[in-house]
Design a protein. Structure first.
Length: 155
């Protein structure tokens, strides 16, 4: 994985900066005619996992961006827990991905657009690990527009 050095900038927050990396992954999904959702896992300033939706290519409904990035991160770390890591994802995780984040014990989840229809927040209960911090709405409009335009083009 490549080290991303974020030394701080008055014009952009770290969450905005790293959400941009997740957006890059979402655009890779779009180029592959997948639903454009991207994710990265950050640990101590280094991106240790990247992923984007691969459900069509792999013919696997569980091949969500989050699952790809989390699995890549644990492979990189050589362990199954990601307590000191942050998952950045362009769309609020679904129940499956939020539940998986519990088992990975991810330290923080930062997402872009809220997903009122399929996002885990609609359950009104904590399904992530009790110590996981959740931040939503980072670059929300940009993340939502990417998904909206994808589905609009298919109608």
């Amino acid at each position: 994985m490549r080290y991303i050095n974020f030394e701080g900038d008055d014009n952009i927050s770290p969450d905005d900066f790293f959400m941009n990396e997740a957006l890059r992954e979402a655009k890779l999904a779009l180029a592959e005619d997948e639903i454009p959702i991207g994710a990265i896992v950050l640990c101590k300033g280094q991106i240790i996992g990247r992923g984007h939706n691969l459900t069509e290519r792999l013919n696997d409904v569980s091949a969500h961006a989050e699952m790809q990035a989390l699995t890549a991160a644990t492979n990189y770390m050589g362990g199954k827990y990601l307590k000191d890591c942050t998952l950045y994802v362009t769309l609020e995780p679904c129940v499956m991905c939020a539940g998986a984040s519990y088992w990975f014990q991810i330290g923080k989840i930062v997402f872009g657009a809220y997903d009122a229809r399929m996002g885990f927040g609609r359950l009104n209960q904590k399904i992530t690990h009790p110590k996981t911090e959740i931040v939503g709405g980072i670059r929300e409009n940009e993340c939502a527009e990417l998904v909206r335009n994808f589905f609009k083009a298919r109608r």
